[in-house]
Design a protein. Structure first.
Length: 266
């Protein structure tokens, strides 16, 4: 399996048992734009083109059409994903400089100013996208069927895109931010319109920012959000649902996108 490998281990129970366990790989991935490394993330070495496109989009560096070329270059102990941008995007990159060495749990690590971390973003455009409560729960219950890396390792996050009654696209990674960036990159390269982003993680401010950059109106997560993530989702016009399970979920913002007789939330 790409992004995972079997590793010897000794299991203890009634008696020690030698054997192997499949574990996810964690590789230093440099995301370089116009010859300069913008970020170094510890990531699962799969879907790296999607990773670069998604990171560029969700960090406000470049839209997909502003990426002129992209190459994946092994570099000894890691991988350098090299993207070259059109001049206008290169100017924005210089204005929003980011130098970071990110652990898998890193979201805003390395941003060198508060204004960059809490950048102003446009609200998600209005649309007719709606979900019923049954569809929300179906999206959550359908996600495990698309998590082969997690099934093999029990150590990977997942970001999925639900639309039209099915899971359209899914990306996995050891890092929750990386998984979402990979999904964002795939959708940027293969536009699907508006739908629901489904995450296997808690919801923090930076994940809400990334979903807004994707232009998606609905965010569903299996864990809880932070209070400030809820406030940001409200300002950006995102319907945020969390603590989602196949039989229940909690709705925090913009209940108008849920087709049911429920009290208005924010």
């Amino acid at each position: 399996m790409q992004g995972a490998r079997a590793t010897p281990r000794l299991a203890f129970g009634a008696r020690p048992q030698p054997g192997e366990r499949v574990l996810p790989e964690e590789t230093a991935v440099a995301l370089s734009f116009n010859g300069s490394a913008q970020a170094v993330m510890m990531a699962t070495p799969a879907d790296l083109e999607d990773f670069a496109y998604g990171f560029a989009l969700t960090e406000g560096i470049a839209a997909p059409e502003e990426v002129e070329s992209l190459a994946i270059v092994p570099q000894g102990r890691g991988i350098d994903v090299q993207a070259w941008l059109v001049p206008g995007a290169a100017d924005r990159l210089a204005a929003r400089r980011r130098t970071m060495a990110g652990p898998v749990g890193c979201g805003l690590c390395g941003i060198d100013s508060i204004d960059q971390a809490l950048r102003d973003m446009a609200p998600v455009p209005p649309s007719g996208f709606r979900m019923t409560p049954a569809q929300v729960m179906a999206a959550v219950s359908g996600l495990p069927a698309h998590q082969p890396l997690h099934d093999a390792t029990r150590a990977a996050h997942c970001a999925g895109f639900w639309q039209g009654g099915r899971m359209v696209a899914v990306r996995e990674d050891v890092g929750r931010h990386n998984a979402l960036d990979k999904l964002a990159g795939h959708l940027a390269r293969h536009p699907q319109g508006q739908g629901a982003v489904v995450l296997t993680s808690r919801v923090s401010i930076d994940l809400v920012q990334k979903v807004a950059a994707m232009g998606q109106p609905v965010l569903i997560a299996v864990s809880a959000p932070t209070a400030d993530a809820v406030a940001l989702a409200d300002r950006l016009g995102i319907t945020l649902m969390a603590l989602a399970r196949p039989d229940r979920f909690e709705l925090f913002t913009h209940s108008d996108r849920i087709e049911a007789q429920v009290p208005h939330v924010r």
